[in-house]
Design a protein around this ligand. Sequence first.
Ligand code: PLP
Length: 488
Amino acid sequence: LDPEEFRRQGHMVIDFLADYYHDVHKYPVRSQVEAGYLRKRLPDTAPNGPEPLEAILGDITHDIIPGITHWMSPSYFAYFPSSGSTAGFLGEMLSTGINVVGFNWMSSPAATEMENIVMDWLAKMLKLPSCFHFSGGGGGVLQGTTCEGILCALVAARDRALDRLGRDQIARLVVYGSDQTHCSIQKAAQIAGIHPDNFRAVPTTRVDAFALNPSALRAAIDKDIARGLVPLFLCATVGTTSSTAIDPVAGLCKVAKDYEHMWVHVDAAYAGAACICPEFRHAIDGVEMADSFSFNAHKWFLTNLDCCCMWVREPGALVRALSTNPEYLRNKGTESKKVVDYKDWQVALSRRFRSMKLWLVLRSYGVANLRNFLRRHVKMAKDFEDLVSADHRFEVVVPRTFAMVCFRLLSPPGLVAEGSTERANELNRKLLEAVNASGRAYVTHAVVGGVYMIRFAVGATLTEERHVAEAWRVVKEHATDLLASCGS
Ligand code: PLP
């Protein structure tokens, strides 16, 4: 690693990326390549000798960019956003450049201590109760993703329960969510050795806007207890993946408390960011009764992938489930018991200096600007929702809660027989594909209550009002063509 050559090549890469951000709106948002396209373009074997960066960057332009779906495009409205930023990128660059492996405090004290501080800062911004702050006996940790965070919470809950019940009782443990809960909980249950029959996806209904109803949860738990099973874990979601439904955290925690040893995790992967705004904080009311809480800064918080912020009330439960202490890691810091060794709060041993990135985001924007950023997206989504509502050919399927609008094209009279949901769904499937094939906007779908709907998630960093207006034009144009081809 030659510092001067690093400087020269580093500038080239920054220039490359600055040009990419400048031009990203020109590319088809969803990649239009066919499967296997890259194998046809790249050599079969690695080069024997070194190649210059200039040539490699040229190949990225010609061969890689066509196969990129542009999450940084201002016309990206798919899934949930991945809102990278200058601060997030520079933080990532600093952390990657300094390249420490901060598994325990001693392996890089600043990495651990900055994570402690940044997680407390964020806890204050979210008005999390003191039980989640280090000073209150809890604490925060940066996981790579929500999937990893939920897995850690679940194994902590599992071991806490098995310490009480006996290790041979694992087949009795039951995990609860709703039929809208992200599949990460199912994966976590599989990995944690929960019996495959013991994951309950409690059904939700349109009446509850697809949120988990506390009475339905209680009924499911009581049924399990009557069969001799043990309620272990509830994953409540604030901002579900399909429709951003908000599970009533307070009501659900009250139910869980009646069963004493249940662990409640609040998954606010997408919507947690918005809770730094006082007007959205109510979405996590009741979190003071939960055992753990997480949100993804890499979704809607200007922090480049990956960065899941997670807090736990009882770090000791995580540590008991996840720690190993081989001789080669023994050190004075650990023995002093005055430091956090984050290796014991996560699955892997090695860990990145993610807090550097988050620290840059928090300092470069400041709380006020972060709130403004989120509010602007919510306003744009509201404007889009108004446009949809004003067009009688469309319907907003579920109430908008944050910056995502779930809508669909209504089937014209005479085209779809009463109750023929499948044909209505097919119409919207075609509309989605037409919009995405145009390359002018990218949206994705969900099926909730049997209804296929198009999700329009505002949140890309470069999105402005004009991109939302343009996306609506694209949707309308394709809807008009589609309806014309159906003969109405
Ligand atoms: N939970 C919810 C509600 C989500 O929407 C998502 C992803 O969109 C996840 C969990 C998974 O997040 P990750 O990819 O960070 O594991």
